[in-house]
Design a protein around this ligand. Sequence first.
Ligand code: MN
Length: 130
Amino acid sequence: MKRKILYIEDNDQNYYLVSFILNAQGHTVTRARDGREGIDLATREHPDLILLDIQLPVMDGYATARELRRIPGVAATPIVALTSYAMAGDREKALEAGCTGYIEKPINPKTFTEQIKNYFPAGEATGGGG
Ligand code: MN
């Protein structure tokens, strides 16, 4: 099933890699380059899932997650933090800020598709395939 994904990411390389993988699966990816823009887009577009970088300009990923959770219609949307492998504390902080889960960066293109599937809203998966 095709999903609408919002990816809040300031780094071009990360964005291109992840959006390439997701587009290849048929998903639509919208980009925000900072937390404020991400909050605006989430409010307007109600994505199925939000991918959230932690190290962002303007406001960091934790602050962004906390604000996203206050938006009606986004409060229950899965938010997956992309956390640095080296920064173990990022994960706990991301969950505390309201993220549903996290995926370590650098992402592994071979496993990313499977990892992300775990976070799509329940009850809409088409199952099988792939
Ligand atoms: Mn970043």
